[in-house]
Design a protein around this ligand. Sequence first.
Ligand code: 6R9
Length: 641
Amino acid sequence: MLNTIMSETLPTDERYNTSFSRYLDEYRRSIENTEEFWNEKSKIIEWFRDYDRVLDDSKKPFFRWFVNGKTNVSYNCLDRHIKTDKRNKVAYIWVSESGNEKIVTYYGLYRRVNALARGLLNMGLRRGDHVTIYMPMILEAPVAMLACARIGVVFNVVFSGFGAEALAERIKDSRSKMVITADGAWRRGKIVELKSIVDRALELTENVESVIVVKNTNNEINMESERDFYYNDIIEDGYVEPEKMDSNDPLFILYTSGTTGKPKGIVHGNGGYPVWISNTMKWAFDPKDEDRYWCAADIGWITGHSYIVFAPLLLGVTSIMYEGAIDYPKPDRVWDIIERYGVNILYTSPTAIRLLMKYGDKYPNSHDLSSLKTLGTVGEPINPAAWHWFYEVIGKSRCPIIDTYWQTETGGFTIAPALGLGLPDLKPGSATFPLPGIDPVILDDNGREVKRNEKGYIVLRRPWPGLMLTVNNDDKRYIETYFSKFKDMYLMGDYAVKDDDGYIWLLGRADEVLKVSGHRIGTIEIEDALVSMKEIAEAAVFGKPDTIKGDTIIAFVTLKEGYEKSPDLIDYFKRKIREELGPIMVPEEIHIVDSLPKTRSGKIMRRVIKAVYLDQLPGDITTLENEASVDEIKRAVEELK
Ligand code: 6R9
C-alpha cells in the first residue's frame, strides 16, 4: 500500500536535497504507523487524562481521535507556558490602524482570560453553553475565545464584516445564549457600528439572554438594561480552573458557505484540533522561539482561529495582531509594520499580495524588510506573477513561500511545503506535497484516479486529527456534503492536478463557492437574500474572475409584476444586501432582466448565464426552456461595454 502511495504521491529522495528525506520519513511513518505516529505527535499538548485509543473509526465517517482523552485548549495556550520561561514572553503585539499599540505577555493574557472566564461564570454561563463572538481584531477577541474554551463554552465567531441577517442566522443555528461584541470597529478611519448591528440581529432571534460589549471606538451606543453589559464591568480578577474537556467535545462552531442551503456550522473539537494545528504550524513554518510571526488574516475566519489564535499560542509564539485595512492609511502599512516590529514570518493571502503589488515596488522598497525569513499564503491558488513579486520584491529571493492549502473543515493545513521537515524545491503556484497524515488522490467523476497532469477532484483518503467533528445539528449534511460522492473519502470540493514530479496544483472550486478577496462566499446565500426582497422574483449569482480579488460577485435578477427596472432599484438592492449580509457579500453588478435561462424542469442555468456574461461559449443550451433569455443577457453585457 505504502509503496503505491509513495511512488504515486511523492518524488523519489534522490532528486531532492537531503533534508527533504526527513519529510519523506515522517510522511511514510504517518501512513504506515498512523496510530504510533499520532500517539507521539499528540504529546505536543498536555493531557489531563491520557486517551484510551488514538483513533476510533468504527462509526466512520465520524472519526474520533484521542478517545476519552481529557485536556483544555486555554490551559495549553496559557497555563502551560506561564510555568516556563515563556511566562513573560510577548504573546501578542497588537497594532491598530491609527498606529496604537498594545503588548500582552503570556502571563498578561492568562490574567485577562481568567478574568473574563470568571465574569462569564458569574453571569451564569456553564460548560456546554453556546456563545457568539462578533468582534473586531482587538485583543479581547482571542481573550473571549480562550475564556470560553477555558470553561467549556462552545464559541461561534462571526466575522465582523457580516450584516445583521447573517449574524442572526448564525446566532440562531448555534443556539447562542450570549453575544460578545464591541461598540465598533475601525475600518479605513471610519467606525463600523457593530453594536447596532447586534441590536438589529437580536430583533430577529430569541435565544440571546445577554450581550457583553467591549469599548473600542467609544461611539454612542444603545445599551439595553438587564441585557447589555460592558466588558469592564463584568470581568473579575482571579483564577478559574480549566474544565477537563473530552477530546471530542466541541470547542467551537464556525460557519462557512457551501453550494446549497444555509451556511454550515463546522464543529471542531478539543483534542484532535489542537494537536493538528500545532503540529502543522511547526511543520509548515517552523517558528523559532525568538521569531515574530504575523498572520494577517481576521479571527472571523478559520485562518484566524487556527493560525492567529490557537496554533501560535499552543506553540508559545509571539504574534502581531493588526486591526484595520492592510493599505490604510497608506499603501506601505504592511511593510511599515514588518520593519517596525521586525517580523520574521509573514503569512497572508494572494489577494492581499496582488493588491499591494498594484501599488508598486516603491512602497516595499522604502522599508527594511530584512527581518523576513519565511513567507506564507492561503485562501486561493497563488498566480505565478504574484508569487514572483512576493518572492523577489518582498522576500528578496531568500524566503521560501509556504503555500498552504486547506479549509475551515480541515482545521489546519493539509497540503503545504514543510519547512520544518525539509523543503522540496518550490514551484510557483503549487502547494507541493501533503503534510504527514494527509493522503490525497485526484479522482474523476467515476471515482477513478486520473492520470498525471489531468484535472480531477482532490479527495483525502484517510482521516487526520484536524478533520471537523460534524456539521452543527446536521450529521446527515456532513455525510452528504463530504463523504458521499466518493464513499468514505473526504471531498475537498476543489479541482487539482498532479504533475510529472508529483507536485499538487490546486485549480479552484469545483462548485459554486466563490473566493472574494480570500473570503469564502456561497452564491446561494446571496441569491436567498435577493429573492427574499419583495421586488425580486428570481436571482442567479456567480463569480467573475478578477485580477486582484480572485472573484467578484455578479447577480442577474428578474422582477415581480408591478416593479420597473431602474438604477435606484439596483442601488437599493445593494444597500439591502450590505445591511443584511454585510459589505463583503454585495454584488459588484446587479442586472435586471425579463427572464433567466432555465432548464425545462425550471432550474436556473447559472453556467449558461456566466458563460454568456464572460463572452464564452455557453455550451449545450438545447435543454433550455427559454432561449430568448440568453439574448437578453447578451444585451445586458453589451450595455456594460
Ligand atoms: C483556509 C481557507 C477553503 C477553500 C479551499 C480552496 C481555497 C485555500 C488555498 C486554496 C488553493 C491554497 N484555498 N487555500 N486554494 N491554494 N493555498 O481558506 O479556508 O475559507 O474554508 O476556504 O479556499 O478552494 O477549498 P476556507
